[in-house]
Design a protein around this ligand. Structure first.
Ligand code: SAH
Length: 209
């Protein structure tokens, strides 16, 4: 396989943000993005751009997915919850980093697509629930990291309650104005409170309710 176009911008973004590139890049080399996009988008799967996946939803651009995953600093034992499975690409990358990967999708049809994509790509062991991700997945909590793949104004209150403790984090696109979103990181402090840090501006589809 030749080097995909997304690799250089991905390395550049990770370097700009001081994030460790090797773990996430290894995962991205193992998971073929072309297997996760609709057939008529396959030619563009190697490009660092978002692509439509149906139901008005999109698969994010690879460099952004890489930065979000690297920022979670996952270890083999980490439990991670993704909200917004979509076509299943990001969850497949998470599953390369930890066997404790959980994901929730709103549309049953997209959940079925994700399952078919994982099967075709030989990805196993991802736990998927169809439903409203704003509720998290209480039965499987606590999580070390929660990643939201759709934008919201207020952090859904059920989510921080499902974090393990100090150092656990939530990452997602927060709406801060009309047409304005900031990728935001919440980290649990030693005293149990939450620190919030605005990272950089992004553009995601809205979290459905
Ligand atoms: N992570 C995906 C892309 C996600 S696009 C990937 O790798 O392809 C955003 C996804 O969030 C869509 O699939 C959308 O259906 C889902 N979504 C939106 N609101 C949701 C909600 N309240 N609960 C669960 N999933 C939701």
């Amino acid at each position: 396989m030749t080097t995909p176009q997304w690799e250089a911008p991905t390395r550049a973004l990770l370097a700009r943000e001081g994030l460790e590139p090797e773990k996430v890049l290894r995962a991205m080399r193992r998971v073929d993005r072309a297997k996760f996009v609709p057939e008529d988008e396959r030619d563009r799967a190697g490009w660092d751009c978002a692509l439509p996946i149906g139901y008005g939803q999109t698969i994010s651009q690879p460099s952004l997915v890489a930065a979000m995953i690297a920022r979670l600093e996952l270890e083999d034992s980490s439990r991670v919850l993704e909200i917004g499975t979509g076509c299943g690409y990001q969850a497949a990358l998470l599953a390369e980093l930890t066997p404790h990967t959980y994901t929730v999708e709103y549309f049953p049809e997209l959940a079925a697509d994700a399952r078919a994509n994982w099967r075709a790509a030989g990805v196993e062991g991802i736990h998927l629930r169809v439903g409203d991700g704003r509720e998290g997945w209480p039965e499987e909590a606590p999580f070390d990291a929660i990643l939201l793949a759709a934008a919201f104004r207020e952090l859904p209150p059920a989510l921080p309650e499902q974090l393990r403790g100090a150092g656990s984090r939530i990452l997602g696109p927060r709406e801060v104005g009309p047409e304005e979103q900031e990728l935001t990181v919440w980290t649990v402090r030693g005293d149990g409170g939450l620190d919030r840090e605005a990272w950089f501006p992004v553009r995601f589809v809205p979290l459905l309710s």
